[in-house]
Design a protein around this ligand. Structure first.
Ligand code: PAF
Length: 287
């Protein structure tokens, strides 16, 4: 089946209305492009669970802070289109900034999701999650999918979007897809290509550190502060500048206690010019 690429909001709405009227279940994968196997696995999930799959590519200026990589973020449309066609995507939406923010970024209505944005990336990238929740809200209103798919590498982003959809009673199911990794464990990310040849093998140490912490918790280590300190020390020795390494409850993203059964370790660290994030989930039972 061929895939249409459209930047036209009214046309896209009309096409999707026609499919919905016929009872089709619409799946949606919002992205910023430069697609890798993680994105493609979300497309494949949508294709297997839905009748019609829409992807969007929009590098959202509202979620980038001053001095961040908005201008240099990799834009690879032709390559992305081939990958989407191969994965069975039905429609690619490529809106412009003027279409989505017609009165400019400053004047646009913003959506703020409280609490779950307080720590971690929320604390280190002021305004970032307002940008994410605003654009996700806009895109969900345009596409009106039954299901929307997001990658678990951005664990806090998924929590923010789940809360957004819950609090605003948005009629969409949010499905998260497992992080895809390179052979050495590095989480796939569009930003990995910023890594120098020298830093690239070192970057895998981020996930190895998470795995080490997870196995210590699974073995019964209760001193989470100590684990965090050791993790930070290890990353620093390897040349990372760590923004945070936090052991938290998977539901609220607040500090975990030794009694918690569903835990996630969240990390963000810089290696050279590249900011990397990753996480590992530990589900245990005290029975
Ligand atoms: O995860 C991303 O690529 C972006 O944050 C998203 C969800 C497409 C919003 O711009």
């Amino acid at each position: 089946m061929s895939m249409e690429t459209s930047a036209d909001i009214a046309g896209l709405r009309a096409t999707l209305d026609r499919f919905r009227q016929k009872g089709a279940r619409i799946g949606f994968v919002p992205t910023m492009g430069n697609l890798h196997a993680g994105h493609i696995s979300l497309i494949e999930q949508s294709v297997s669970r839905c009748d019609f799959t829409v992807a969007s590519i929009f590098v959202n200026p509202l979620q980038f802070g001053a001095g961040e990589d908005f201008d240099t973020y990799p834009r690879t449309l032709a390559d992305d289109q081939s990958k989407l066609v191969e994965a069975g995507c039905n429609l690619l939406f490529t809106p412009s900034t003027d279409q989505l923010y017609p009165r400019g970024l400053e004047a646009h209505t913003k959506v703020t999701v409280p609490e779950v944005t307080r720590h971690h990336c929320g604390a280190h990238r002021p305004g970032h999650f307002d940008g994410v929740s605003t654009i996700v809200n806009v895109l969900l209103n345009i596409v009106q999918p039954a299901v929307a798919f997001f990658g678990e590498k951005d664990f806090q982003q998924v929590a923010v979007i789940r809360k957004l959809v819950f609090d605003l009673q948005m009629p969409v199911e949010i499905v998260s897809g497992a992080t895809r990794r390179e052979d050495d464990g590095l989480a796939m990310s569009s930003r990995n290509q910023y890594l120098s040849a020298e830093d690239r093998p070192v970057a895998a140490e981020l996930y190895r550190t998470l795995q080490h912490i997870a196995s210590r918790i699974e073995d019964g280590e209760k001193n989470f502060l100590q684990l965090q300190t050791e993790g930070l020390e290890n990353l620093s020795r390897k040349g990372f500048r760590t923004e945070y390494l936090n052991i938290v409850r998977a539901d609220t993203l607040d500090v975990a206690s030794e009694r918690d059964e569903d835990i996630v370790v969240l990390v963000a660290a810089r290696l050279g010019q590249t900011r990397l994030i990753d996480n590992i989930r530990i589900i245990r039972s005290h029975d």
